[in-house]
Design a protein around this ligand. Structure first.
Ligand code: NAD
Ligand code: UDP
Length: 355
């Protein structure tokens, strides 16, 4: 950043670009950053996100929506202080629909965000994932664990893509001194999850509310640790605002570990549903156990999740119950494999608020 840019930056609110800002986590981040007085540029190709998630923000003077695919280089005229790189399909069902596209989003998308950060002198936070640990042989997982990922399995497009994205982050940091933050996000849930993205919490809640069988894959003895979205968003902001020396990787997740069958039973209790449990085949390479060690986040950021699973599930159930009652399903179209040719430079388009 030049001296002139720094003086200008001191006079205006921080400008934050959120790639993937129309998605589940990204839209909550847009809300939180706007509420704190930031200018927010939300960049998204609306593949697994929806404009509905940010519709209430479209007329906000500090908010701008740009429809763009991060696999293409991006030009933004405004100064940018920080970039949250969240643009990527996150549910196994969605990221496996177009695995080559997912890998490109991870690799080209991260390069494009890092190049933008270099040009703007911005810091960049990459939304990495607990999937970099694969099917872990160490439990719970500390950041020092190097992981157990099958590089040729159906989850590899995402797991290896996210691992490559972490590599790019640290190489840009070493080569160009780009200010980086790598967050390893564990399973997150809450309002604005998509009804049809196949993730366990949204699936179980929607099935229970509709009185359909709850689909448990495998015996239901596999575990996950679920973090409510508000906690996660607070952790992402704290990491972004941490001193430049803090690069991560930093686990962000709730260490409260539960079996998948236990989650099904909790959902049945809170929804007072009579749905039955239906056991189906376990998908290939489905991790058996997952639980974050969060000492790094606790000591470096002073972060710990606050929302109990029971409260978070009830808030999420209330969200889906309203959507279903209002007959407004949170669906996105199935993702079609995208053209593979590299666009020269895509046109930025401000969304039509009526869309
Ligand atoms: P999401 O699918 O709701 O959000 C992703 C957003 O990125 C969507 O709005 C989508 O339209 C957009 N997007 C996808 N590909 C794009 C592309 N090529 N160009 C531009 N935009 C694109 O998922 P989420 O749960 O909100 O996840 C957000 C980020 O957090 C992802 O990077 C994901 O890998 C990471 N993460 C999420 C979880 C979780 O449990 N939700 C766990 C670990 C990591
Ligand atoms: N799962 C399940 N039934 C469903 C959806 C998912 O039993 O309808 C299981 C899935 O096999 C996995 C866990 O729940 O063991 C979490 O799945 P999700 O897709 O939400 O996240 P991830 O596997 O990426 O952690």
């Amino acid at each position: 950043m030049t001296l002139q840019t720094r003086i200008h930056a001191a006079r205006r609110p921080p400008v934050v670009l959120i790639a993937g800002g129309a998605g589940f986590i990204g839209s909550h981040l847009c809300d939180a950053l706007l509420q704190r007085g930031n200018m927010v540029i939300c960049l998204d190709n609306l593949s697994t996100g929806t404009i509905d998630n940010v519709r209430p923000l479209l007329n906000h003077p500090n908010f701008r929506f740009v429809e763009h695919d991060v696999r293409d280089p991006v030009e933004i005229d405004d100064d940018i202080d920080s970039i949250y790189s969240l643009a990527c399909p996150a549910s196994p069902r969605h990221y496996q629909t177009d695995p080559v596209g997912t890998m490109k989003t991870c690799v080209l998308g991260t390069i494009n965000m890092l190049e933008l950060a270099r040009r703007k002198g911005a810091r960049v936070l990459q939304a990495s994932t607990s999937e970099v640990y694969g099917d872990p042989e160490i439990h719970p997982q500390p950041e020092s664990y190097l992981g157990n990922v099958n590089p040729i399995g159906p989850r590899a497009c995402y797991d290896e893509g996210k691992r490559a994205a972490e590599t790019l982050m640290f190489d840009y940091h070493r080569m160009y001194r780009t200010e980086i933050k790598v967050a390893r996000i564990f399973n997150t849930y809450g309002p604005r999850m998509l009804e049809n993205d196949g993730r366990v919490v949204s699936n179980f809640i929607v099935q229970a509310l509709r009185g359909e069988p709850i689909t448990i894959y495998g015996a239901g003895t596999q575990t996950r640790s679920f973090c409510f979205v508000d906690d996660l968003v607070r952790g992402l902001q704290l990491l972004m605002e941490s001193p430049a020396s803090v690069t991560g990787p930093c686990n962000l997740g709730n260490p409260h570990e539960v079996t998948i069958e236990a989650i099904a039973r909790e959902v049945l209790t809170y929804t007072e549903s009579a749905s039955s449990l239906r056991f189906e085949a376990l998908p290939k390479d489905d991790p058996k156990r997952r639980k974050p060690m969060i000492e790094t986040a606790a000591q470096t950021l002073g972060w710990r999740p606050r929302v109990e699973l029971k409260d978070g599930l009830q808030a999420t159930i209330a969200y889906f119950a309203l959507r279903i009652a209002g007959d407004a399903p949170t669906l996105v179209p199935d993702i079609a494999p995208r053209r593979t040719g590299r666009a020269a430079r895509s046109q930025l388009r401000i969304a039509d608020p009526a869309r």
